[in-house]
Design a binder for this molecule. Sequence first.
Ligand code: GDP
Ligand code: MN
Length: 396
Amino acid sequence: MNLHEFQAKEILNSFGVEIQRGIVATTAAEAVEAAKKLTEDTGTGWHVIKAQVHAGGRGKGGGVKLAKNLQEVEQIAGEIIGMNLITPQTSAEGKKVHQVLITEDVYYPGDSEPEEYYMSVLLDRANGRNMIMYSTEGGMDIEAVAEKTPHLIFKEEIDPAVGLLPFQARTVAFNLGLSGMAFKKMTKFVTALYNAYIKSDSSLFEINPVLKTSDDRIIAVDAKVTLDDSALFRHKDYAALRDEREENPMEVEAKAVGLNYVDLDGNVGCMVNGAGLAMATMDLIKQAGGEPANFLDVGGTADAERVEAAFKIILKDPSVKAILVNIFGGIVRCDRVAQGIVDAYKNMGNIHVPIIVRLQGTNADLAKEIIDSSGLDVQSAIEFQEAADKVQAVMS
Ligand code: GDP
Ligand code: MN
């Protein structure tokens, strides 16, 4: 589950990571109140207005702006709230901005040498370890750094059983070229950041930039946090941080009816029971020259109601040109699934794409008969390859 910057920063702050302070606002008037409050707390009259959407590159898209006084806060917040923010990480339509974060300006006016670093903590699946990835070249273009000057990106591997050792935090500070107070502050920052990553059960932290001010503060200016969904049961308070407006509407709808659905770019919809079979089915579609439009695991109970819910979601995707249903009847009987498909099809009445149904397992023959005698535009298959050939035939 992805978080907004302001939520991510709250989590970091709760584990002692120094952050750029801010208050979230949903209207220009709230933004002005937030700025006044921040001035009381921090003394600075300059503020940054930051669009809160689940996408990076906001600065490049005009979603991060500096305001030198309250009039500017009001004006800029008014412009950003409600806009469709287009960044290198959003689709061409962009993302609607519902709220902004008003922050203290931590790049002090006249500060000639603010340093921006890059730092992330993530799971290195290949090594089964955690990793801190960092660079002196932080700011807005880390992708370009990774591509053109990969030697400027450092990696520190951490054994999860042992945890981050003090010398590793010092290595990070050293490689960033720090000394004196900044060195000490950076080791503290790295230690707190790693601790926050572990305790929050995150799978990704990305802080870009980490700022070093001229008076040697080390501050998280931006924060991207991805929480591990499978660990959310341990963090009841984090569940409320989900912002469904930022998620794919079809995935949200599927989740609500208990279907495991992931939207993809292709044109062949698939409905499968079991994640493994779903993966194999997607491979099969590719081999047959198609592109899967989705991953969909309907789970063990593929009854008429679930099949109908699944059809409805698949058919909401306008790029779907055919649907492949691939169900193995182990616990569930194939004839029941077949009847479910026929009932759902009749019930919906407006299915406009060919459907290929492959049912294998208990009562597969009976299931084929039910499909074949239904009089609907549904083709049946028992073998995997037979199904693939039929998909290919309807797509060409
Ligand atoms: P992103 O573009 O989505 O990654 O958003 P960031 O939070 O990283 O902000 C983009 C850029 O805005 C940063 O790289 C900074 O250069 C700038 N920025 C962020 N906070 C401040 C601030 O307090 N003062 C000033 N002057 N610039 C800031
Ligand atoms: Mn950033």
